[in-house]
Ligand binder design. Structure first.
Ligand SMILES: [Zn+2]
Ligand SMILES: [Zn+2]
Ligand SMILES: [Zn+2]
Ligand SMILES: [Zn+2]
Ligand SMILES: [Zn+2]
Ligand SMILES: [Zn+2]
Length: 289
């Protein structure tokens, strides 16, 4: 032992003397492992911090990983916190190409060999698979839509998609009047309803839509819809008596609404907002007088 060390003057590098190797119980280095000093090997307990709720697999201080509490919700087979992998955990029973638990996708897994319209493994139809693929990045909409033949699938696309161009292309493929009506009543995007209305020729269906829109007359988009529908009804020159009665009640109410104190609605006055509607309603009422 060196003389300095013998006299008690150790050359401390944190917890260990760099000359004689003596250790002291201070200035340990826990950075690589919260529970074991990387210089002298001293251990301690319950020092890791396993995430905010003590429920992770990885210590947020030193990065140590424990083989429990992994996070499989983003990917059933790969822990999103530590990267650990496991096998055969995805659920492909409802869709061969998309796990129903985590949403992971795999290409080209459906089996069209026994039936070209329906996958023999998961039961999805070809059209449904095509419709799903519209939502993938970089999808070629026109090519995908050209492969669909089932009008119900087009209606489903029109009701659930968010892209105006896709919705428009889907609606262009639909003639079925009740499917068009269902788009007006339940589409996620209001303009899908407006586009669908333009393709409806059945005056009875138009009258039902007009009723629906009048029932929501505080909603400007619905009033716009009823204006479009009324114009189509006028063009068809076929007025349902129940609609005429409804317009007789609505017209004075809308006039009142236009003359109320607070007349602005997103920068437009109520009158501007409803003037087209009033014109269409008056045209119908004048035609039956
Ligand atoms: Zn020493
Ligand atoms: Zn130490
Ligand atoms: Zn730790
Ligand atoms: Zn993990
Ligand atoms: Zn999964
Ligand atoms: Zn399948």
């Amino acid at each position: 032992m060196s003389l300095k060390c013998n006299l008690g003057f150790h050359s401390w590098d944190r917890c260990k003397c760099s000359v004689c190797g003596k250790t002291r119980d201070e200035q340990h280095n826990w950075s690589a492992n919260c529970e074991k000093c990387s210089i002298c090997g001293k251990t301690r307990e319950k020092q890791h911090k396993w995430g905010k709720w003590d429920s992770d697999c990885k210590c947020s201080i030193c990065g140590k990983i424990r083989d429990e509490h992994h996070s499989w919700h983003i990917n059933c087979e790969k822990c999103s916190k530590c990267g650990k992998r496991r096998e055969n955990q995805h659920d492909w029973t409802t869709d061969c190409e998309k796990c129903s638990k985590c949403g992971t996708t795999l290409p080209n897994k459906h089996d069209w060999l026994t039936n070209s319209e329906r996958c023999s493994r998961c039961g999805k139809t070809y059209s449904e698979v095509i419709a799903d693929s519209l939502n993938q990045n970089g999808a070629n909409y026109e090519l995908i839509l050209s492969k669909i033949t089932d009008q119900k699938i087009f209606a489903k696309i029109a009701c659930t998609n968010k892209h105006r161009r896709i919705i428009q292309m889907a609606i262009n493929k639909i003639d079925d009047q009740s499917l068009l009506k269902s788009i007006v009543f339940s589409a996620h995007e209001d303009f899908a309803g407006e586009l669908a209305v333009e393709k409806i020729k059945d005056v009875k269906v138009l009258t039902e839509i007009c009723d629906f829109a009048l029932g929501n007359h505080e909603d400007g988009i619905k009033i716009n819809l009823s204006t479009r529908t009324m114009n189509l009804i006028i063009a068809a020159n076929d007025f349902d008596p129940s609609l005429v009665e409804k317009l007789k009640v609505m017209l004075p109410k809308i006039h009142d609404l236009c003359s109320t104190e607070d007349t602005s609605h997103g920068g437009i006055t109520y009158y501007q907002f409803y003037s087209e509607w009033i014109t269409a309603a008056k045209a119908i009422l004048e035609s039956v007088d």
